[in-house]
Design a protein around this ligand. Structure first.
Ligand code: F6P
Length: 345
């Protein structure tokens, strides 16, 4: 068979590990040819591709980023994009396309499959862990570890100076990274998109904590966290050329508000792309490898229109659908709340 593969959307640790596993399984066990399309769907639209071999993928398992490149360009947003993509796939005699991406890239895969009838298989990626149909996306655990390591370091400097440290982590619609890193890093407070916050409550909780001589507080803020309407000025976010809202800045805003309202010294740091870069964790390498192998199995079983999924510790397949919201589970929020200051949520 001829299998096409692409990586789309924001990058994330483990993309190369999936591609490597696909190539390994497809070439070694089935004698397939794997064609990698460059820069996500753009490579399909513009016929920009390269054959991928086991030899070519050597050494890429621990490498962050994606050797294929990525973008948010997609066929439905480009004039004649769908037709051009069909031509490219026909030209390379591609039997099935493995699409590795987040909600944007995968929902294009759903539309493309519905519009053209092309055989598509999806692999869910995003450090935000906010794709429905899977307990976990790859890249998430690596991002959580990176954020936790950073929080550990911030604890010591915060303690030395008796400061409040506000740490902004990624998480546009869901606070998975914030809650996991908040619990793992022993944060004082964690603010997530799922629960709009009251800045006054945050300030009085922090004031009470510091009044009892407990030094240093870590406040973890997901980039998508927002204040309850009317309690604090909101951040005005810009939108990029793909209609993707560019978040960031809420941590700094919270730090300023807390400092002004409480008189306590506050510093903020945004972990930003540091969470997305670098080598995948051991867990993510195993998850990515399993997803890649499973995706090739799906192709050979002609089980198209499926997304690889991690459920209850196992890799399985679910229907490839547009992602619905995937908030942090109530159980974990309750665990986190046990450690938050009383009266917070
Ligand atoms: O991949 C998801 C994500 O990391 C979000 O958490 C973040 O808001 C966004 O990507 C940033 O993407 P970009 O690469 O467009 O700045």
């Amino acid at each position: 068979m001829n299998i096409g593969i692409l990586t789309g959307g924001g990058d994330c640790p483990g993309l190369n590990a999936v591609v490597r596993a696909v190539v390994r399984k497809a070439e070694k066990y089935h004698g397939d040819t794997v064609i990698g399309f460059r820069n996500g769907w753009q490579g399909v639209i513009e016929d920009d591709s390269e054959p991928l071999t086991i030899e070519k993928m050597r050494g890429t398992l621990p490498r962050g980023g994606t050797v294929l490149g990525t973008s948010r360009i997609q066929p439905f947003a480009v004039e004649g994009g769908v037709e051009k993509s069909k031509e490219t796939l026909a030209h390379h005699k591609i039997d099935a396309l493995i699409v590795i991406g987040g909600d944007g890239t995968l929902s294009v895969a759903v539309d493309f499959q519905n519009e053209t009838g092309f055989n598509v298989v999806g692999v869910p990626k995003t450090i935000d862990n906010d794709i429905s149909g899977t307990d976990m996306t790859f890249g998430f655990m690596t991002a959580v570890q990176t954020a936790t390591d950073a929080i550990d370091r911030l604890h010591t400097t915060a303690e030395s100076h008796d400061r409040i440290m506000v740490v902004e982590v990624m998480g546009r619609n869901s606070g998975h990274i914030a809650v996991w890193a908040g619990i793992a890093g022993g944060a004082t407070l964690t603010l997530i998109p799922e629960e709009p916050f009251d800045i006054e409550k945050i300030c009085s909780a922090l004031k009470a904590r510091h009044a009892t001589n407990r030094f240093a507080s870590i406040v973890v803020v997901a980039e998508g966290a927002r204040p309850i309407d009317g309690t604090m000025e909101s951040i005005q976010s810009e939108t990029d050329e793909f209609g993707h809202v560019q978040l960031g800045g809420i941590g700094e805003r919270v730090a300023k508000e807390v400092e002004t309202r409480t008189g306590l010294t506050c510093r903020s740091i945004s972990l930003s792309y540091i969470q997305r870069g670098g080598t995948p964790s051991a867990f993510d390498r195993v998850l990515c490898t399993s997803f890649g192998v499973e995706a090739v199995d799906a192709v050979h079983e002609k089980d198209f229109g499926k997304m690889m999924s991690y459920q209850k510790g196992k890799v399985t397949r679910v229907k490839l659908e547009k992602s619905k919201s995937s908030p942090v589970g109530e159980d974990l929020i309750n665990v986190a709340k046990t450690f938050f200051l009383p009266g917070m949520n």
